[in-house]
Design a protein around this ligand. Sequence first.
Ligand code: ATP
Length: 289
Amino acid sequence: MSGYLIKAYAKVNLGLDVVKRLPNGYHQVKMVMQSVGICDELTLEKAEDGIILTADSREVPLDGTNLIYRAAKLMREEFGIREGVRIHLQKSIPVAAGMAGGSTDAAATMKGMNRLFGLNVSLNRLMELGVAIGADVPYCILGGTALAEGIGEKLTALPPMPDCLILAAKPEISVSTKYVYEHLDAEGIRHHPDIDGMVEAIGDGNLPGILERMENVLEAVTVPAWPVVGTLKDRMLALGAERSLMSGSGPTVFGIFTGREKAEAACEQLRKEKLAKQVFLTAPAGAQD
Ligand code: ATP
């Protein structure tokens, strides 16, 4: 076969803190990122010319604003690739959900083109380039469990998080990351999550230590604006999650479970309740090559 199939994994934030608003409007963050088993699939093939993007989803744009297109353009320009590329996206990650769907597709495009065109570019170099597309792209290139600082691009790989199950639920609404950050009073945050403590707990393989530090300061904006997010967090706990949290800027909520039976029952029940449009039972995923 002349093409490559590459999986693009979604993430959740086990912890998300905003340190301050920067003069350029970006925010300095401190987050613990975790890849999960929910993934899009991209098929890449060489083409005669240009960037030809198709998808099985109507929820994503297929023009130059798609992050896949932007990543492919960047790779062609940066490495002087003359041939074209044909990319097909099979979308499974909820869109505008706080799970880095677009960023992970961009990351997979960069990694896929690196292989397809035999460029042999290091992951570090791809990560340096990827930040031009989005602050979460470098992390998506790395994957697994990681501490993200700066605007999200300063990464420290962490040991894998201990075994557990993750129930993720995306309500019908879509939340714009831009809206949430614009409405965050970064200087007014009085309580900051203990991200350093979480990093230590991950190093010790201490799941209770991770769970008790799971906090996301962006909930202060998203939960009052979209109350279904708070309702979902409560439902997860009532259905047996050890802890529940909003991922990124939302609206996806995830719950951590330690027993499969309880997690499967909670998944079935949440699907019946229809509070969420999409419900996935998944697990942490490791770094991919
Ligand atoms: P993050 O967690 O990084 O904030 P998100 O999960 O909230 O991201 P995305 O799914 O990346 O959000 O989508 C945000 C917007 O980006 C969508 O409304 C969509 O129009 C646009 N977009 C561009 N390319 C893609 C892509 N490949 N997949 C999904 N959305 C894309």
